[in-house]
Ligand binder design. Structure first.
Ligand SMILES: *Cc1c(COP(=O)(O)O)cnc(C)c1O
Length: 401
């Protein structure tokens, strides 16, 4: 009997009851705007910021409209202006170069290694081309952060971290988002906490956060923030900083607060699913698993493997065969951007020289979501299906040679 998987790769868990109750309370009183508070009421958005700052150990936190908005705000707060070049990962998703383009910047792409992290040798070669690196911890893979920070510090390059896939993750015990000048997070449905849309921004510098808060559209109401620098930090900045509205509202914040409290328990559930898939695919001929260093404590909301040096036809064959058995794999190597996958050469507004070593890796990256609605048995079944189809296509290739 051929096994088929019938679950949905895009179905997340429901919002916890506590979050639904908190959201209902906000809707009942009607004060959804974060600065619309009654008496000494503290807005849900301000409480979320305080709690997220405490979770990450950051001094300051700002809740915003999206992860993309968090990145553009960080870029602006770091002084990136029209025409500036900004280093970023060749292996990432479209909102990352998009954030650079949104502030008029020019992305300079840095290659990807077989471990799916930024190529530090390529970075070292390109560090003199820009003053800022927007580092994407794409799909939760974290590079050697000590080595990266040493390189960037020595070159005077500011690091902004895109932690859309690493909320709750650490490198060498330090939370992702706490290495660079700013850490940017997304609370969009497919990330680690879900408010449909939303973002969070953390940093330790008072002037940086004062600029970010003014940028986000605080008007002169910045004193209503809690995870924020004191009013003195805004003395000049409030006159000099444009208002580019992108606030988070209290409804989203109310939904997120209980999820934030549950984040480490959810991370353990994600990682249990990851290990079942990883074990199930171990030693599959032709399939390469991704090395996870001991310093990396990840949150595996997705799974990647490599079909390195396979022909495009053979990879496409695996994708098609798995799909026929209910397993939705995404391929980053496709020449045409599709779904959420695209590659640096599909972002034609940001031309780049070819990177042959990275092209080889990108051509082999296969990606799969791991929603928490999957049971461990589901994950074992998914691994059996992938293993069988990869093996069948691989043997066919070998036989044809
Ligand atoms: C989702 C995502 C973002 C942006 O988040 P939005 O909230 O959707 O704007 C940034 N970087 C990566 C890698 C993402 O996957």
């Amino acid at each position: 009997m051929t096994e088929v998987f019938t679950g949905s790769f895009t179905q997340q868990e429901p919002i916890p009851d506590e979050g639904i109750a908190a959201a209902n309370a906000v809707m009942r009183h009607g004060r959804l705007h974060r600065y619309n508070t009654s008496g000494d009421e503290i807005a849900e958005a301000a409480l979320l910021e305080e709690e997220f700052a405490a979770t990450t150990g950051a001094r300051y936190c700002l809740a915003v409209a999206s992860g993309g908005y968090a990145m553009t705000t960080a870029l602006r707060a770091c002084g990136v202006v029209h025409g500036d070049r900004v280093l970023t990962n060749a292996f990432t998703l479209a909102p990352v170069p998009g954030a650079i383009a949104a502030v008029g910047g020019v992305p300079v792409f840095v290659g990807v290694t077989e471990d799916l992290v930024i190529d530090l040798d390529d970075l070292a070669r390109k560090l003199d081309q820009a003053q800022v690196l927007l580092l994407s911890h794409m799909r939760g893979h974290i590079c050697d952060m000590r080595a990266l920070m040493a390189l960037c510090d020595a070159a005077g390059v500011t690091v902004i971290e895109d932690c859309a896939h690493t909320m709750g993750a650490t490198w060498d015990g330090v939370p992702s988002g706490r290495w660079g000048r700013f850490g940017c997070y997304s609370t969009q449905t497919y990330k680690h906490i879900n408010s449909g849309e939303g973002g969070l921004l953390i940093c330790d510098d008072a002037a940086d956060m004062a600029r970010a808060i003014m940028l986000s559209g605080s008007y002169m109401l910045f004193e209503r923030h809690r995870a924020a620098p004191p009013p003195e930090a805004f003395a000049q900045i409030k006159y000099e900083t444009p208002n580019i509205s992108g606030r988070m509202d209290n409804l989203r914040a109310a939904i997120l607060r209980p999820q934030l409290r549950g984040l480490s328990a959810q991370a353990a559930r994600w990682n249990a699913r990851y290990r079942v898939v990883d074990d199930g695919l171990r030693d599959t001929p032709g399939l390469r698993l991704i090395n996870r260093p001991v310093q990396e404590e990840f949150v595996a909301s997705s799974f990647q493997f490599l079909l390195l040096d396979w022909s495009a036809e053979a990879v496409a064959d695996v994708i098609t065969r798995c799909k026929a058995r209910g397993v939705e794999l995404k391929w980053f190597g496709g020449a045409e951007p599709s779904g959420f996958t695209s590659r640096y050469d599909s972002w034609r507004y940001a031309p780049s020289d070819r990177m042959p070593a990275s092209d080889r890796v990108l051509a082999g990256i296969v990606d799969m979501r791991l929603p928490l609605t999957f049971s461990l048995d589901d994950c074992a079944l998914i691994a059996r299906i992938i293993r069988a189809e990869v093996s069948a296509v691989f043997q066919g290739q070998v036989a044809a040679e």
